[in-house]
Design a protein around this ligand. Structure first.
Ligand code: NAD
Length: 499
């Protein structure tokens, strides 16, 4: 594999970032830093500041003061929308720069980064619309002497903790909704992928967001993430990441009973019935496990296929997996990029070995791609898997598909639901009754019929069971960052209690 991109070159030296609080950059100074190596090339690409707890305290104080000043929460939805639309334009103006740094830090294909940046701009536009649509309720049925109004208010200061797999897109699935609601934010991106979150702070400032509304404190999870979940000055934590750390974040947030939104892991089923268009379904299943090298929360990592077509479907998959273009993430032709870190690469390969030990049959893949630099794994199909094997139960978070067969629809539903996670699911069939009848009984927050991993900001995302709490995006996503207040208004003369 040629590690040199035909279109983009690697940076001559790592780009240095300070951090961004109160609408301005703060230099690293004497703080420690962390250098990020590009997963596809093993070269240093960024240098990130490891902020201290004092930096976090300062950022929270700025966000609190800004919230209380009402410079953002007190203006109209129309004014907030103007800033969000300018932010979308700012993203588009810097799209190529954002895509470049996103690919360098994550190892994802540049074509994918470009699509995500464009998609993210659209989410800010949706957020602008949402800011103007917020409304409450009224109750005219409380009798002639009482009238009720229900309003929504911004929750306050939100601590936003994000993972490395979609640093910019996940940010876009949160920020516009928090801002539409009128909140102020302190964000902590994954220490592996902080660049585009920091650039976003600059884009928002340039778009006219008042200083102190959006603040970024870079640093590690155990230090800054943990301090954020414990922080008494934060009203809500929005955590996206693994279920294990999410559980920790939930417990740590109990100090001041802050609201907690959790978007966690998954082991999502792809249920394929015999009457599906098998070629389409195979294409969707391959996309669902190869997109972002299987490092998506909603990767369709458990294939539950009807036994009568399993052999034919397996052949289709093996053929398609072999044709997925693996390579330099900076090459625009690449479809499957690098694995995010050496440790994660080892974890994925360990799961593949575990599958073989448990009796799964390696139908294709199973090993690393020979390359001069970076780390890549061939798309892997583990066949003859049963639902109790570790490879069917745990989130592998790599291009590894576990194939399980079923004979009846009841069995397919049971298999799909027999997992601690409940994030996403797809059903493939040409029978609409069967499709809806099945999807209605699968415990998952984001589902698809005859497609996978697609959507728009209108649609809510979030998980059932151990995949999370709460919803992001759509109008549900704005409400997530608001408190509900009921206002009771007495009408007419009071009937006195004291006679
Ligand atoms: P992770 O849980 O390791 O880290 C997520 C974030 O939490 C990072 O910013 C990290 O620095 C921080 N963190 C680490 N320790 C912390 C602590 N003690 N307290 C507070 N924060 C801490 O997850 P990851 O490896 O970055 O991301 C992959 C995981 O995220 C997968 O499980 C994936 O399914 C999940 N994910 C879920 C969604 C969703 O929408 N449901 C989206 C993307 C990723």
């Amino acid at each position: 594999m040629d590690a040199k991109s035909p279109t983009l070159s690697l940076p001559a030296q790592p780009r240095e970032f300070g951090f961004h609080v109160g609408g301005r950059w703060i230099a690293t100074g004497s703080r420690e830093t962390m250098v990020r190596l590009s997963p596809g090339h093993d070269v240093p690409v960024t240098r990130i500041t490891l902020c201290t707890r004092k930096d976090l305290d300062n950022a929270v104080a700025v966000a609190r003061k800004t919230f209380d000043s009402r410079v953002w929460s007190g203006i109209s939805g129309a004014e907030r929308a103007t800033v969000l639309l300018k932010a979308a334009a700012g993203i588009r103006a810097r799209a190529e720069e954002l895509a470049y740094w996103e690919t360098l830090e994550t190892g994802k294909p540049i074509s994918q980064s470009r699509a995500e940046i464009e998609g993210a701009a659209g989410i800010y536009e949706y957020g602008a619309g949402a800011a103007r649509c917020l409304h409450g309720d009224s109750f005219n049925n409380l009798g002639d002497k009482l009238f009720g109004i229900v309003t929504r208010e911004p929750v306050g200061v939100v601590g936003l903790i994000t993972p490395w797999n979609f640093p910019f897109f996940i940010l876009a699935e949160r920020i516009p909704f928090m801002l539409a609601a009128g909140c102020t934010i302190v964000a902590k991106p994954s220490e592996m992928t902080s660049a585009t979150t920091l650039i976003m702070a600059e884009i928002l400032t340039d778009a006219g967001l008042p200083e102190g509304v959006f603040n970024v404190v870079s640093g590690t999870g155990p230090e800054i993430g943990q301090a954020m979940t414990e922080h008494m000055g934060i009203d809500q934590v929005s955590f996206t990441g693994s279920t294990a750390v999410g559980r920790h974040a939930l417990l740590a947030s109990a100090g001041n009973f802050k609201k907690v939104g959790l978007e966690l892991g998954g082991k999502s089923p792809q249920v394929v019935f015999a009457d599906a268009n098998l070629d389409d379904a195979a294409d969707g299943v391959v996309f669902g496990i190869c997109h972002n090298a299987g490092q998506c929360c909603v990767s369709g990592s458990r294939l539950i296929v009807e036994k009568s077509v399993a052999a034919e479907f397996e052949k289709l998959l093996v053929d398609k997996f072999a044709r997925v273009r693996i390579g330099d993430p900076l090459d625009p032709r690449t479809q499957l990029g690098a694995i995010v870190s050496a440790a994660h690469n080892e974890k994925i390969l360990g799961y593949i070995r575990k599958g073989s030990e448990e009796g799964a049959r390696l139908a294709c893949g199973g090993e690393s791609v020979a390359s001069k630099a970076g780390r890549f794994i061939h798309p892997t199909l583990l066949a003859d898997v049963t639902n109790h094997m570790v490879v069917a139960r745990e989130e592998i978070f790599g291009p590894v598909l576990a194939m399980i067969t079923f004979e009846t629809r009841e069995e397919a539903i049971e298999l799909a639901n027999d997992n601690a996670y409940g994030l996403a699911a797809s059903v493939w069939t040409s029978d609409l009754d069967k499709a809806l009848g099945t999807i209605r009984r699968i415990q998952a927050g984001r589902t698809w019929i005859n497609t996978t991993i697609t959507g728009g900001p209108e649609m809510p995302i979030g998980g059932f069971k151990q995949s999370g709490i709460g919803r992001d995006t759509g109008m549900y996503g704005v409400e997530e960052y608001m408190e509900v207040k009921s206002i009771h208004i007495a009408l007419g003369a009071r009937d006195h209690w004291v006679s």
